[in-house]
Ligand binder design. Structure first.
Ligand SMILES: Cc1cc2nc3c(=O)[nH]c(=O)nc-3n(C[C@H](O)[C@H](O)[C@H](O)COP(=O)(O)OP(=O)(O)OC[C@H]3O[C@@H](n4cnc5c(N)ncnc54)[C@H](O)[C@@H]3O)c2cc1C
Length: 248
């Protein structure tokens, strides 16, 4: 290190946002919708935005196609089209616990120690669990099991997170945890029959009540996508090329 010559340190700011639940931020206005990083459902600091966007493309494209087909382009309709996953949202406490609050100084090795604990636990898991975690597909039980394991492996972690996060944000996080728990319960209860039931209603419902259909379809997708279980229900056909127009 002492052979290095420090010329210019470079810093960057990355805007961070943590979703508390599926409705806590507006991502659309009339005829305008944000998708991907611009929707900023999560802090870009997690660096998994591209994977998240790709995994959510089937639901986003189907919902967007439905909205366009029925001209449902008002803000309240478009706001339902989002790549929100409650299993990712609930992890904000861990990212927040690693952020150094403005004006405070934390021992630099603390963040490393937290990361070492989390990744050490992940490395000890079987490859399927670790892969599900890395690909944002983990469920309620694995997350709780690993969080408990982290607390038992390195109990001081809890105090470190508490010192940085404080009681107010901890209460806010409990509401995210509650949403995740409700979504996990809904997933267990509904995922085997509800999406098929919604599709069964489609021929009768879609043209009569398009707005209700869009809402129901968004809820149906959320049953599995909120826990990162992607599903492809519609394959959009490319538009037939329009006939060439003769120009005089
Ligand atoms: C260092 C780093 C590492 C990352 N690693 C990973 C990773 O390993 N895995 C992963 O899944 N994700 C990763 N990500 C995140 C990923 O890159 C983003 O989530 C993803 O690119 C978001 O895609 P997007 O289309 O929403 O936005 P962008 O890719 O940012 O595309 C937006 C585009 O709009 C353009 N634009 C902006 N303003 C205007 C304007 N006014 N007019 C016209 N054009 C405009 C921009 O130039 C840009 O081309 C990483 C990000 C960073 C910064």
């Amino acid at each position: 290190m002492d052979k290095l010559t420090w010329i210019k340190p470079t810093f960057g700011y990355i805007p961070g946002h943590f979703s508390l639940d599926s409705r806590d931020r507006t991502i659309a206005f009339d005829r305008l919708i944000s998708i991907g990083d611009s929707a900023s459902l999560q802090s870009p600091l997690i660096f998994t935005g591209f994977g998240s966007l790709v995994r959510n493309l089937p639901r986003l494209t189907d919902l967007l196609d439905t909205a366009l087909k029925h001209d449902l382009l008002r803000a309240h309709n478009l706001n339902q089209i989002r790549a929100y996953q409650s299993n990712i949202a609930v992890t904000w406490l861990f990212s927040r616990g690693m952020m150094v609050p403005t004006g405070k100084h934390l021992p630099p090795q603390r963040v490393n120690s937290m990361l070492n604990t989390f990744f050490g636990i992940l490395a000890a898991e079987d490859p399927d669990t670790a892969e599900a975690f890395i690909k944002d597909r983990f469920g309620w039980l694995p997350l709780n099991r690993m969080a408990l394991k982290a607390a038992l492996t390195n109990p001081i972690l809890l105090l470190w997170i508490w010192v940085v996060v404080g009681p107010q944000d901890f209460w806010r996080w409990l509401s995210s945890y509650w949403s995740f728990t409700v979504d996990a319960f809904g997933n267990a209860l509904l995922r085997t029959w509800f999406p098929q039931f919604v599709r069964w209603l489609q021929p009768w419902l879609e043209d009569r009540f398009p707005q209700v259909w869009l809402g129901l379809l968004a809820h149906s997708y959320a049953v599995t996508y909120s826990l990162g279980q992607a599903r492809v229900e519609q394959v959009l056909k490319p538009q037939a090329a329009s006939a060439p127009v003769a120009v005089k």
